[in-house]
Design a protein around this ligand. Sequence first.
Ligand SMILES: Cc1ncc(COP(=O)(O)O)c(C=O)c1O
Length: 362
Amino acid sequence: MKKLILMNPGPVNVTDKVRDAQLRGDLCHRESEFSDLMWSIRNKLLQAFDIKEEYSAILITGSGTAALEMAVSSCLTPERSILVIQNGAYGERISKMADAYRMKKHTLNYNWGETPKLNEVEQALQKNSSIEVIAMVHHETTTGLLNPLSEITLLAKKYNKRLVIDCISSLGGDNINFKQSPIDFAVGTANKCIHGLPGVSFVLHRKKDLSRIKDIPARSIYFALTQHLEAQDQGDTLFTPAIQAHYALNTALEELLEETVDGRIERYRKVAQNLRKGFKEIGLEFLISENLQSNCLTALKLPNGISYDWLHGKLKENGFIIYAGQGLFNQKIFRIANMGNIQDEDFTRCLKVLKECFTKTE
Ligand SMILES: Cc1ncc(COP(=O)(O)O)c(C=O)c1O
């Protein structure tokens, strides 16, 4: 198959070294080699984000949603409630998870692309003393909007609430200051800004919070976080893991450690800045204002008379995969992510192809 440049928000292009790591050989997950591999990944995750003292990394086989479900289903004491802040498809997914587990729930709903109002979050916390956990998406991939994480962590601290943050599309690409803005459950996945392959995801859990969640009765078999943690701390795993995806993740983390998280964030920031300069020169319009955008993805309005399918087809003919708008943004926007192992010349070529698309149809 022809090589495609993935400008969708994950799965991402990976280096040859990461791809080749999958072929390291067959292995049984009950052998010491897998314990070593798991230990190495968990350790590297904590090392990369400089949170060794304060956090545990808990791995789970599955896409990012699996790790998110592990965090959501394990975070809440029975009889207490969860406050979900939602302004996109992924915030709404957290809400659906809370409903699936019959959790007591409050929601703050904002339009997709609108920033949550901090005074309303504070009012909700003051009004509902039963709230124990606040859940929010950091980078709402639906629109490319970065939610106000440090402000929300300050509110959580002020009102002594726990935090579940979906960092699936931002961890490694946008800044998260775990020291200043501690998150109790930070959810991530291998195949976005970490540059691994699909199949394994993880929760970074604040050790301080372990005594609280240890006694919460498990709401699920597959997603019971404390049971995964206990097993992994003993070098064991509850179920059969995606072993080859773990090999790839370990190599991806070696590369991340070499580049450093700060280095990668800065690279993403510069790439996004250059792409956005190019989008503006072509005459494309952003869905949300530039100061709200993440480093990882740009949502652009589809110009009049251009269908998403046509644009997607043209870019694919030239080797680029772009992404559609979700839900109410379907056929109204398209999204271009700059995650993964993509070279500068590929970004430049993508802008050139986009420009040709719009010039030819004028
Ligand atoms: C913010 C966010 N949360 C959750 C998910 C779901 O991840 P997955 O498709 O790996 O389950 C995505 C996927 O793009 C995402 O961007």
